[in-house]
Write a protein that binds this ligand. Structure first.
Ligand SMILES: [Ca+2]
Ligand SMILES: [Ca+2]
Ligand SMILES: [Ca+2]
Ligand SMILES: [Zn+2]
Length: 419
């Protein structure tokens, strides 16, 4: 179906006229249509493709495009639009200087001293919703071979409005993939589903991870550069924080963001591991949104790092299907008053697979209802055995808790599972 009649007029004139005569769909007034900047004009024997960008006082609206396809006889065949904002009255005079915007962008990308801008800062109008927009700077910062960020910061207060890594369109984190006893910390890319595209803290569909040093089971209300109300925080979804624990004579309490990030990572790993074994939405797993795949949502794991009541231990508090369970991991004091020899269970993958395993076994055996089905001596022992089995099996490492005990031959159990 054609959207307009054939015409011998210039394609650009046809397109602008179309917008004015379809104000119910594109509520632009004449001056707004006049300000549209033609950015693409691609003429083929069969069709003409046009793209306009909305502008205000010569400044482009960020991703504010309207695209037209016209037949060779001048009929409008298709019109699509993205972030256009009719009735804009945003100021087009920046308060921030371009060099200030560069400093803000560097800080957002954690590249204060490294990396280079590949384009000069340019002003854009950044829509916040269908009716409001901010004047902003758009910058491109190449940090290294894995990170080239497109960053948009507010031209008035420098607030980060948008970030996108042209190389990796996903969140990343630097984590221990087994424990500080094994290998080095790795920069990993989060699979889809771990963190919403706009998230800036460690709250995802499978887990909400935060620090609870005072042991009240609520996120400690701490907000610093690396923390936002107790969660690890990164405006660029680059969860890369300084690490320290007793293995390098550092007090792990001074590295909360790294701890929370690693716990977030391991709980997601556990979610995906058990999911693959059949602990799906319909089986009663732990997710906020179940994507219409059965079961009851609203029960992503609440994961508490450096939990104040869990020194030298870790816990899983099961809940009925549909209510969020808690996974608590504590610091290991190692029986000394020194804080700089302390270890952190959040860095121990086996601990998280084990504790999460209690959630799985209790949810399955309790039919999504009982939370005490594995509480007796024999059933409890079986639960511990299953959890250890999954933990050593996942990492293909028969010694349970070598990091926590700094004992490579038997870990925190009486002996290795291989004797
Ligand atoms: Ca707390
Ligand atoms: Ca569930
Ligand atoms: Ca200690
Ligand atoms: Zn256990």
């Amino acid at each position: 179906m054609m959207l307009s009649a054939a015409s011998t007029r210039n394609a650009e004139v046809i397109a602008r006229d179309f917008l004015l005569t379809n104000a119910a769909v594109f509520p632009f007034v004449q001056s707004e249509v006049d300000q549209l900047r033609l950015v693409v004009r691609d003429v083929t024997p069969e069709a003409t493709y046009l793209a306009f960008n909305q502008t205000l006082n010569g400044i482009d609206v960020f991703q504010g495009q309207i695209k037209f396809t016209l037949s060779k006889t001048g009929e409008v065949i298709q019109v699509t639009s993205s972030e256009i904002v009719p009735g804009l009255n945003t100021s087009t005079v920046p308060k921030l200087r371009p060099e200030d915007a560069e400093l803000k962008a560097r800080s957002a990308a954690r590249a204060e001293t490294n990396g280079a801008f590949v384009r000069a800062p340019e002003l854009v109008i950044f829509p916040l919703d269908a009716a409001t927009a901010r004047l902003a700077y758009r910058l491109f910062l190449e940090v290294d071979s894995a990170q080239l960020y497109e960053i948009v910061v507010d031209a008035e207060d420098g607030k980060l409005l948008f970030r996108h890594n042209a190389y990796v369109n996903a969140a990343q984190a630097r984590v221990w993939t087994q424990s500080p006893n094994v290998g080095s910390r790795q920069l990993v890319t989060f699979p889809d589903g771990w963190l919403p595209g706009t998230a800036t803290v460690t709250t995802g569909n499978n887990v909400d991870a935060f620090v609870d040093a005072n042991g009240d089971d609520q996120p400690d209300p701490q907000t610093t550069g690396d923390l936002e109300v107790g969660r690890a925080s990164s405006a660029t979804q680059l969860f890369d924080f300084p690490f320290g624990d007793g293995t390098i004579n550092a007090n792990p309490r001074n590295f909360k963001a790294a701890s929370i990030t690693n716990l977030f990572y391991f709980v997601n790993i556990a979610h995906d591991f058990y999911y693959g074994l059949g602990f799906t939405e319909a089986a009663g797993n732990f997710q906020t949104d179940n994507f219409n795949k059965g079961g009851t949502g609203g029960d992503a794991v609440i994961a508490e790092a450096q939990q104040g009541d869990s020194d030298d231990n870790a816990f899983f508090a099961p809940m009925p299907e549909g209510t969020a369970p808690r996974l608590l991991v504590g610091l290991r004091t190692r029986g000394t008053s020194s804080l700089t020899d302390d270890l952190d269970s959040a860095y121990n993958g086996q601990t998280v697979i084990h504790e999460y395993g209690h959630g799985v076994s209790t949810r399955l055996i309790g039919a999504g209802t009982s939370t005490s089905c594995l509480d007796q001596i024999q059933s409890g022992a079986m639960g511990e055995g299953w959890s250890d089995y999954f933990a050593i099996s996942f990492f293909n490492n028969p010694v349970y808790g070598a990091y926590l005990s700094q004992n490579a031959s038997r870990g925190i159990r009486r002996q290795s599972y291989e004797g």
